[in-house]
Design a protein. Structure first.
Lengths: 393, 300
């Protein structure tokens, strides 16, 4: 008896090993290899930065103290909005038709916020004191609130993602527990996200003399929140398409089409807010000046709002695979531009201050993003990123 | 029949959009009005805060203030850092050669705002206002996030870029010397009488007196009396301030805008959670109701 269970064990082990050997080549595709190299380079550059300090590892100065780390960080927070928008859509608004896109989006959210934390810690002058916001409180500080929300929400995301792991491990117990609390969890996710996505806009309200007037408006919190919703939903479209591709499943075009119409609705709301604010506050001449700042704003609006709006509002384009990809990618690109505008390009730096990112800044940023992408790819292939049909109710 | 079940089992699109619009509108109402209120600096008596009156007509640019500051604060500036504010230069004297052969010297340092934006912005409360109203950095708390550098309307806080463990530093009005009953090193060591240390209320009186005594010399403005809600470092000058690199700022306290939003945090949190719970409950009730109908039909 003893030998036979040992045999069985060995057989199972051998089976797993040969399965791994068969599957391994498909994991070592060129895309994965590139991501892995970028990750390794990023980790080494990150370690070097931690020991050498910000002056040596970056081209940041007292004139321009925030660079691409913060730019990508704030963009990634909006991109990771995929998690709360989809959880809200499926669990709070009970839009069951979007459930197939839920799990890839939540996985994106978790890995996105993990990347956010990594970049944020790299950017601190004292990375060893990253936990200080837990002990020393300043309720007036937008960054204090954002830190807390990101920490709490990442914890929520960990719980939300856990069924994808437990289902693979055939552990129905924990899956049931998470399922029992999933609605309150989604409400907490929506609340924490509404707070910090909007507070990201509030953060810039503390820079009335630094942020260009075309960007500076009391509506910044609402604008940032709104764009996090359109960006989150667009990222959910991309994540869903990629996840179906990697798992060899058939993507349902109507899922992306439905999300696309929602994105269009949110973009219209955003456009009305943005243009309405610019016109009502008498800044229309600034927008029509067609100088550097006005052009920056036009690029931001055309790439991130007008072009995707044209795609998602045209029924014939919205239905096509290419149209859905293009629309979603444009929204994400537009958010990237808008967050970089607010952080870097639309900031009035003191005279003489210049900033061209240091190669270590690029390597670490690319490394963190590549690591998140790699983890996402492996997650999509190894975890239960799609629910079993009728596995819920 | 199928249309009927679709409409009840999953919430209809029109209803969904209406609800979303209502939610967004509610959020807009809650979120987007400025309410005049500033929490930072509220408990400070603006007349009793220690300050410095800087009379630009009396400054000869000797640099004694900078040398005393370096000695008093044990700073180690490099040669280039001597002519700019840095983590090792809390004060320096900027030279302005003006048209008409006039030369003026402007001492720069932390303006010591009554409503400091850096204190309001600081993630961990390292920047703080002492009970006397002095704006200082607690080096044990600072994490080096550098948000204060963006919040300061005078571009004052500076970061230790050369250090592997960098912090933000700035003039702290020689807190240690103040505790011993002395004035800040710069003011105590000014040989020309350009710097005068005192309580802000007294200094304002003095400044108004000097301008009134020589209206033909002075510009009729005390820079720092009203700028961003008032500062404890006050300047008077015979040359218009915009020619001497002083930023034109409003009279609203700089942290006013962000703080008016931040104090809504609990309201927003509760509203969003309540609205989300409400939406879920209504939809849940409706779809449960719908499921009953479907079940009945399926049984037939």
């Amino acid at each position: 008896m003893v030998t036979s269970t040992a045999d069985q064990k060995r057989l199972r082990w051998n089976g797993a090993r040969s399965a791994l050997r068969e599957a391994l080549p498909s994991y070592l595709n060129p895309g994965v290899q590139i991501l892995a190299y970028l990750t390794v380079i990023g980790v080494l550059a990150g370690i070097w930065r931690l020991f050498s300090g910000l002056g040596a590892a970056t081209n940041l100065t007292d004139g321009i103290p925030w660079g691409i780390w913060i730019g990508f960080d704030f963009s990634l927070i909006a991109i990771s909005g995929a998690g709360f928008t989809m959880a809200g859509l499926v669990y709070v608004f009970r839009q069951e038709q979007f459930r197939p896109a839920l799990r890839p989006a939540v996985l994106t959210g978790l890995l996105g916020y993990t990347a956010v934390l990594a970049l944020l810690i790299l950017d601190l002058g004292r990375p060893d004191r990253f936990y200080h916001f837990l002990i020393y409180w300043n309720l007036h500080s937008p960054l204090f609130e954002i830190s807390w929300c990101v920490l709490l929400y990442t914890t929520v995301l960990l719980i939300e993602v856990s069924p994808q792991v437990y289902e693979r491990l055939n552990r129905p117990g924990p899956v049931r527990i998470v399922h029992a609390i999933i609605v309150p969890l989604a409400i907490v996710a929506v609340t924490l996200s509404s707070l910090h996505q909007s507070t990201l806009g509030t953060l810039y309200l503390n820079m009335p003399y630094r942020l260009n007037a075309l960007w500076y408006t009391p509506l910044l919190p609402l604008l940032f929140f709104t764009s996090s919703v359109s960006t989150g939903l667009s990222v959910a479209i991309i994540a869903y398409k990629l996840a179906t591709r990697f798992t060899g499943q058939q993507a349902q075009l109507r899922v992306a089409r439905g999300l696309g119409s929602l994105v269009a609705g949110v973009l219209v709301f955003y456009l009305v807010l943005k243009l309405g604010d610019i016109i009502l506050s008498g800044k229309a001449p600034l927008l029509l000046a067609f100088d550097r700042m006005s052009l920056l704003m036009w690029i931001e609006l055309i790439v991130g709002v007008l072009a995707p709006l044209a795609i998602f509002l045209a029924p014939s384009v919205r239905r096509t695979e290419k149209g859905q990809w293009a629309g979603a990618i444009l929204v994400v690109l537009g958010t990237l531009i808008s967050r970089f505008d607010a952080t870097l390009f639309a900031q009035t730096a003191p005279p003489g201050a210049t900033y061209v990112p240091h190669v270590v800044e690029w390597m670490t940023t690319a490394g963190v993003v590549a690591a998140a992408a790699l983890a996402w790819y492996l997650g999509a292939r190894l975890l239960a990123v799609f629910e079993k049909p009728n596995g819920h109710h | 029949m199928s249309a009927r079940t679709k409409g009840t089992a999953s919430f209809s699109r029109r209803q969904f959009l209406k609800l979303s619009a209502a939610t967004a509108g509610g959020a807009a109402l809650v979120g987007c009005q400025f309410v005049p209120a500033t929490a930072s600096g509220e408990s400070i008596d603006p007349a009793k805060v220690p300050g410095i009156l800087i009379d630009l007509t009396r400054c000869v640019g000797c640099g004694n203030c900078q040398r005393s500051c370096i000695a008093a604060n044990d700073l180690h500036p490099s040669q280039e850092e001597l002519s700019t504010l840095s983590a090792d230069t809390y004060t320096y004297v900027q030279r302005y050669d003006l048209p008409g052969g006039k030369t003026r010297f402007v001492k720069r340092q932390c303006m010591q705002c009554l409503y400091p934006a850096c204190v309001s912005a600081c993630t961990v409360g390292a920047l703080h206002q002492t009970a006397d109203g002095v704006v200082a950095v607690d080096a044990r708390k600072c994490i080096g996030c550098r948000y204060c550098q963006y919040a300061c309307p005078f571009n004052v806080p500076k970061f230790q870029w050369d250090s592997a463990l960098g912090l933000v530093r700035k003039c702290q009005f020689c807190l240690g010397r103040l505790a011993q009953g002395q004035g800040p090193a710069c003011a105590d060591n000014c040989p020309s009488g350009a710097l005068k240390y005192g309580l802000r209320g007294d200094l304002l009186q003095e400044a108004h007196g000097r301008i009134a005594a020589h209206p033909e010399v002075y510009v009729d403005l005390i820079y720092g009396e009203t700028e961003v809600g008032g500062t404890s470092c006050l300047y008077i000058s015979d040359v218009p301030f915009d020619q001497l690199g002083f930023p034109k700022l409003g009279t609203d306290p700089a942290p006013h805008y962000a703080e008016s939003m931040m104090k809504r945090t609990p309201t927003i949190a509760v509203s969003v959670a309540a609205v989300a719970t409400g939406i879920y409950s209504v939809l849940r009730w409706r779809s449960d109701h719908g499921h009953v109908e479907i079940d009945v039909r399926e049984e037939k």
